[in-house]
Design a protein around this ligand. Structure first.
Ligand code: SF4
Ligand code: SF4
Length: 416
């Protein structure tokens, strides 16, 4: 006979709002036809309710893994196993996703079948690093489940103090805003670092993420140390007929409110004849106007990437959104990809040599200073790296070029 559903008055409240609740999903799984998996999830719900009552988590780590890998399985042992024995072991397998999360339905069904056979059936698509999270496995089933997932062609994701699984937005596969091939970029980096993903050897975790434009659909800003965005360096493409159509659709007042006034750098002006002027030198490529006027405006034709380093919310020193260290770089040819890889190795070598234990890249840069970081990586300084230069009265722009030239000469002399 299967286990009785525990009373969960606190968890039930999470189902009362307008949004889908994970509690509803867990209850559905708890009532699944498979009694073993159902009991495991009922037990999990009981433990979770206890955590809500006592405001305390009851999971502890341990050592669980699969042959040949130093990372990828997150061990979870319950501290209240006597009360909830069916979920005493509830390990997670992290599985690397396909770039941009493209799967065929057969793969997804096969993953579900494996996890119903060997785990609790509970799957999270996707974790914050981008992994397929197969949650709820006993120690004796971990290797068996992994062997089947691996035979399907999937690889284990990252965990621990090493390079982590990555994520890319859908990019050029489906999105007209994409300024580079996010999928190929992610595959290039991950394939090259796959050994470091499986055998962690860094001071702390390090993540790359890839977004095809500043809309950042892969959450690279908040969720990675090395965020690679698409951008452009020529002029935005403007279709004035479509601008006129958009103005007619919204009305001049609304167009001004929704587009012109929302530009963070006041780079837009609507003319009397309903055409649009773009001050491309002031545009910071934030994507707002392009998002609102999708037919009328597009990124320019000279596209490439911007690399922002040191982001992640939340770190021990607070929220960091990273600093742009490479304002623009082309990413079209094989040589461009090789240059990106070489830079990625420089980032990680510097991190390995200079970060303290349990220190993320952003925290390391805060500690040693951005100027030292850039010097260590042999990357040129750029005016745009100054936080809020437009509102910082300590930044004088006159004479900047001269100072930059002197700095560059000092660098050259030091290198000789
Ligand atoms: Fe499209 Fe940009 Fe979002 Fe990528 S980040 S899916 S390119 S809007
Ligand atoms: Fe302004 Fe952003 Fe449009 Fe550039 S992309 S013109 S910064 S709203």
């Amino acid at each position: 006979m299967s286990k009785k559903m525990p009373a969960t008055p606190l968890l039930d409240q999470l189902e009362s709002g307008p949004w889908p609740s994970f509690v509803t999903g867990l209850k559905r799984l708890a009532n699944s036809k498979d009694a073993r998996a159902g009991d495991q999830v009922k037990s999990l719900l009981g433990q979770l309710e206890l955590s809500y009552e006592t405001r305390k988590g009851y999971w502890k780590g341990g050592t669980v893994g699969v042959f040949g890998y130093g990372a990828g399985v997150i061990p979870r042992f319950s501290e209240v196993a006597d009360k909830y024995p069916e979920s005493a072991e509830f390990h997670t397998l992290r599985i690397m996703p396909a770039p941009a999360f493209f799967y065929d339905t057969k793969s997804l069904r096969d993953i579900c079948d494996v996890w119903e056979e060997h785990g609790s059936g509970l799957i999270a698509l996707h974790g914050q690093s981008g992994d397929i999270m197969l949650q709820g496995c006993t120690t004796d089933q971990v290797q068996k489940a992994w062997d089947k997932i691996n035979a399907m062609g999937f690889d284990m994701g990252g965990a621990g103090a090493g390079i982590r699984t990555s994520a890319a937005c859908v990019g050029p596969a489906r999105c007209e805003h994409a300024c580079y091939d996010t999928l190929t970029a992610m595959k290039t980096i991950i394939d090259d670092f796959v050994d470091d993903i499986h055998r962690p050897s860094l001071p702390y975790k390090a993540k790359f993420k890839f977004s095809g434009c500043a809309n950042d659909c892969s959450n690279a800003t908040q969720r990675s140390d090395y965020a690679i965005f698409g951008t452009w360096r020529d002029d935005m493409v403007v279709n004035q007929d479509e601008i006129k159509a958009k103005v007619a659709q919204l009305g001049r007042k609304e167009f001004i409110n929704q587009v012109i006034r929302m530009c963070p750098t006041q780079a837009l002006a609507l003319n009397d004849d309903d055409t649009l002027d773009v001050d491309n030198k002031s545009c910071v490529r934030c994507m707002h106007c392009i998002n609102v006027c999708t037919k009328a405006l597009s990124p320019g034709n000279d596209r490439g990437i911007t690399i922002r380093v040191g982001g992640k919310r939340t770190l021990k020193i607070g929220d960091l959104m990273g600093t742009v260290v490479v304002p623009f770089m082309k990413l079209d040819t094989e040589e461009d990809y090789e240059a990106l890889l070489e830079l990625a190795h420089r980032f990680l070598d510097f991190f390995a040599d200079n970060a303290l234990e349990h220190e993320r890249t952003g925290e390391m840069i805060e500690r040693i200073g951005l100027a030292n970081y850039l010097e260590g990586l042999d990357l040129p300084l750029d005016l745009n790296m100054i936080s809020q230069p437009r509102t910082n009265s300590y930044v004088r722009l006159d004479g900047w070029d001269e100072e930059a030239r002197k700095w560059s000469e000092r660098q050259t002399n030091a290198a000789e």
